[in-house]
Design a protein around this ligand. Sequence first.
Ligand code: HEM
Length: 538
Amino acid sequence: SGPAPMSPTGQETGATQADVAQGGPYLTTAQGARLYDSDHSLKAGARGPVLIQDHHLREKITHFDHERIPERVVHARGAAAHGVFRGYGTAANVTKAAFLANGVETPVFVRFSTVLGSRGSSDTVRDTRGFATKFYTQEGVFDLVGNNIPVFFIQDAIKFPDIIHAGKPHPDREIPQAQSAHDTFWDFVTLHTEATHHTLWNMSDRGIPRSYRTMEGFGVHTFRLVDAEGGTTLVKWHWKPKLGVHSLVWEEAQLINGMDPDFHRRDLADAIDAGAFPQWELGIQTFPDTPDQTFEGIDLLDPTKIVPEELAPVQPIGLMTLNANPSNYFAETEQVAFHVGHLVPGIDVTDDPLLAGRLFSYLDTQITRLGGPNFGQLPINRTHAPVNDMLRDGMHQTAVHRGVAPYRPNSLDGGCPFQAGVDTGAYVETPVGVPEASKIRDAPTSFADHFSQPRLFWLSMTPVEREHIIAAYTFELGKCYEQSVKERGLRALANIDTELCAEVAAGLGLPAPEATEPLASPEPSPALSQVGQVWPPD
Ligand code: HEM
């Protein structure tokens, strides 16, 4: 098919390298020399020793030996699809992001994943699900790298290696492969009680989705939107599935694990093949960008907290339709590289300390996972906007850059009149003030409340949902070998709700401890009663 066409800046354009033929009348080596046989190695006589001069044998086996790349350090197992996003224009008053304007259509690629299992693990395990969307906008790539649970286990990225080490299989026996039911997981989430809220969502039906098509997605952190005049608004991102939110029950999840470990990826691919294209509405909750960055007393920089939808309704701003399956799992689903720092004008980050760590982590890990710094040139990662960067060379460089002076300004190459601070279409970080402060390794006091929102969630559940949660805690804690871990698990539950704690304790055959923290709001206020369940009708 020949080399991919070059853009004026010397970068390859389009996905032509992806179209390498697998047909044709003859086979070739990687160099294009035709082969007359690919089944027999070159030998000294039909029964003689194999000859080292057999380049085809060595090329074929050497390439095979290097086919695998490291799986993702988290979210290793995933399934993905292509689609299109259409803006409603309803966000125009809060952001200048061009892809959100009315009627603008933007290609997207979405990867859903489980967090803890390895690439070959099962789909219907109890776990958080990743929901990562790459928008190929005309202003550059925007990645919305979210989960199906609106809060996270920890408030500071420095603990991320710790929670993942605790959640991954035990280092001695590499058990369990993908479930949360084990000692180190429960040890961590009961010692770090900020994890209580996320854990409770995991133990609820949200931890075992029926399908990727019936999951909500959440950006988790608060982001900052910027309008055309420079005005700012804080927001939380939400994906709402048109099919509604549905879960499995635990017995179904366990049976399916055995019968069809690929249940979720099959469901997604089959639905798209059948023309039943899944759709999600993108929505935002908006909050005034006040200096304290709180809303109704909720710290917007604390990723363990939601803002109930009754206090800040989710406003629909666009529709995503997934309408095509990947044609090559490795080239697309495996090689796609998302990053929370891939932003476009009109969308900015906040000082959430978890988000800060993520802004560092994704690029760093992808350099290892995808073999060097040039993975942005892989077809699935290529922006649809023109590229004129001054990044050069490096492992797996495929662009043939022209010119001699990859720096600006220069007096040799000409052609690029780039001047700093002039381009009004450029991405400019919002000039947010930084409070005067001394360096400190600590958390704000507003991060210390670990139980009021878990209690809010529990009180918003229906009786059958509560039964499922009790059964889930009893099953999962019951798998722990360490008695002290189970007891600490019960102490966390006592701080959520007396009945929840008593029921799980009875199931484990242990005494129910007393709460050590005051149980906030014995009855939920009507305004706070239905976490994540309100959505404007069509
Ligand atoms: C991967 C979400 C927190 C590090 C992912 C993926 C998702 C995700 C969806 C899969 C991306 C894909 O499909 O390729 C989240 C969310 C978080 C969170 C919603 C919290 C709100 C963190 C933190 C760190 C981190 C705090 C590190 C400090 C990683 C890494 C990967 C990853 C290293 C693998 C990326 C790759 O190899 O391509 N995360 N994550 N995440 N996440 Fe996070």
